[in-house]
Design a protein around this ligand. Sequence first.
Ligand code: FDA
Length: 308
Amino acid sequence: MFRSLLLKAARSSRLRGAVEQVPVTRRLVSRYVAGTKEGDAIRAADELVADDLTVTIDLLGEDTHDRDQAKQVADAYISLLNAVNQAGLASDVEVSIKLSAVGQALPGDGAKIALDNARRVCQAARNAGTTVTLDMEDHTTTDSTLGILQQLRLDFPETGAVLQAYLRRTEADCRDLAYEGSRVRLCKGAYNEPASVAYLDPHDVDRAYVRCAKILLGGPGYPMLATHDPRLVEITGSLAAKFRREQRSYEYQMLYGVRPEEQRRLVRAGERMRVYVPYGEDWYGYLVRRLAERPANMFLFLRSVASK
Ligand code: FDA
């Protein structure tokens, strides 16, 4: 219930102004977000790569309702990819993009605008020697996002997909996408979804995650297991061994600022670990989704509001 309220708040532009005034906000933002500028993201990526981690960089922002702004977001990604290349990081650093940020939510031909913009970003990534992964947003966008993925993969088969274990449809999507060369990030899912399309009980979500991980690890594709959940990390490791997966024929992924010691422990164990590094001014929706996942952060935040 509380999580659901918070996730609704993540989409409210009116609440953003109020949240920005809360003293602890900046501290929480700097824990989860690399900074506001491209240079901040490159610096954070460089530090992680120096520790043998790999990275996917996300320019924060979603639900663009303006065609010019959608184009500007794609341009910003192209500039970012040039910076990644110039910093000599392209073999370890890719980018993650939300299609709603590049036009998917625009009325009429939004899907086409998003496809065209994403195509430009994929070409820039190809030129730089790296890849793009399409983040997954709420369930109303899943079909459109998988459709755009299919189009992009005709020219850029290296483009990564994201599937959310909490959606009831996802096991079937895993089967469809578990093919040779297919890069698929599996996460639990971060949006406020109705019971008609999603498992709401956390145990059911965990069980679905394991079923999906089995399909992806048992297939010939490249699974990217995105979770901080210690139990799921352990189960994933056992499944990888059961399916005789060599290390680096799959990877773990975690968010910037979440369980950094565990990220390094997995690297020391010989695993590939990719850290999702967000940057940009538009941190509000991202921060509130992270608060919804972590009650301890939420209590810190509420205490600060109360003492204001
Ligand atoms: P869970 O939330 O159960 O957390 C397990 C444990 O991890 C917690 O008990 C705590 O110890 C730690 N933890 C988790 N979140 C924390 C936090 N915010 N702060 C501190 N500790 C925390 N979702 C989506 O819908 N679309 C997407 O495209 C993506 N992309 C994506 C990329 C990557 C690399 C990751 C890691 C995650 C995503 N997600 C996502 C988010 C994902 O769906 C999910 O909301 C979060 O990963 C939290 O779920 P966990 O699997 O970590 O488990």
